[in-house]
Design a binder for this molecule. Sequence first.
Ligand code: NAP
Length: 420
Amino acid sequence: MRVGFIGLGTMGKPMVINLLNKGYSVKVYNRTADKTAEVVALGAVAVSSAVEVAQETDVIMTMLKDDAAVLEVILGTTGIIHGLSAGQTVIDCSTISPDTSRQIHEALLERAVDFLDAPVTGSKPAAENGTLAFMAGGRFAALDKQRSLFEAIGTKVIYMGPSGSGSSAKLAHNTIAAVNLLGFIEGLTIATKAGLDPERFIEAVLAGGASSKQAESKGSKIINRDFSSQFSLQLMLKDLLLAGELSNSYQLPLPLQKAATNLFQIGLSKGFGDQDMSAIVQCYEEWMQTLVVKQASGYERRKNTRLHIDIPLILSVHQWEQEGSFTGQTIEGKLYDLSESGMQIVSSFPLSMDMFVVIHFPKEADLPPITARVIRIDNDNGSFRYGCMLSGLAPYVRLKIEDYIAIYPYISGDYESTTQ
Ligand code: NAP
């Protein structure tokens, strides 16, 4: 069977690789042409327009971003409709609205071409290891004819009913997935704020009644701060908006669906759209002013994530004048680093070795003044970097400093620059 495939994004590319591995001959098209290079190297043939994919293929699969992309690629002026002939089958695996699926079904029916809406469940890992599940709408006979193709890239294909049924099922499915994810994150937020180790809490969740596929697949991404996209936040928002349109058409009040949509809209407005949907946890982190991270020492955490610290400090500098008398003044500095045994402070004010400074954190840090002794001085582009030894620092104060450093980027609005 000669297969055409359009859309080599997160999902499409591994699906094509699986088809090639199973011996299918695959002709591919992607709007951004250079994304075809990897599959071409594995034996796919790339063409330069969607309509060419329709020529000399038996089945054409599409895996595209949204309704607009699917309409353009299938029915648009350079769409495959202009190259299709009777007897071919088009299978759209994108998540789109049932109305759009039915519109395409009608248009292709006029050319005696079968159309199946067959969105998938299972994210990037399932696309990679060929364990996707398809929810298909359209003619049952058309689905039955393509069973071996579905089985080459997935483990399940479930017939949902006439055209549009696959898309309706997928929107209902993703409403559950979004609510599950947010429920999991809200529990994680409570556990983190209560001072629990999020990793151990996730272990408890996975062992009990609150377990879910979302907890399973997103828990470790969240605590390792790996927000690389498996399923992007903006795509989940797209699905929730489509699910909202569908439920509105039935005049259904779905309070959780609406709350989930709002939350993902907030995530998008904060710039997390291209990150994995689990990046929504960053909204909760901002509200509770604590990061949900694997419990490592703050020092390791910063080393691993290469966070720079740039917290403004006020320093009281005390100078020994003569026996029994000190002079003091107040200068400005910035906290540059915190290590296990000390602090580095940057200031343009010259200090000398062994001087004592009293460090005052900004008021919102709610930290007591901390005394430090200058034990190292480096010139740092016209200002000075002081290595300061902290003695007698109570462990809970140290932890509070770590916490403050972790939330400071959120307080200062400097989050972007610290997460490059
Ligand atoms: P993606 O990585 O963003 O890929 C989107 C694909 O659509 C790319 O090939 C992109 O081409 C193409 N595209 C976008 N607009 C286009 C246009 N106007 N004309 C032609 N091509 C266009 O998305 P994905 O994660 O693979 O998801 C694809 C679909 O599957 C979405 O509907 C999504 O909701 C659904 N889905 C995703 C997952 C998941 O976990 N990722 C799971 C289930 C279902 P360019 O390369 O040129 O941008």
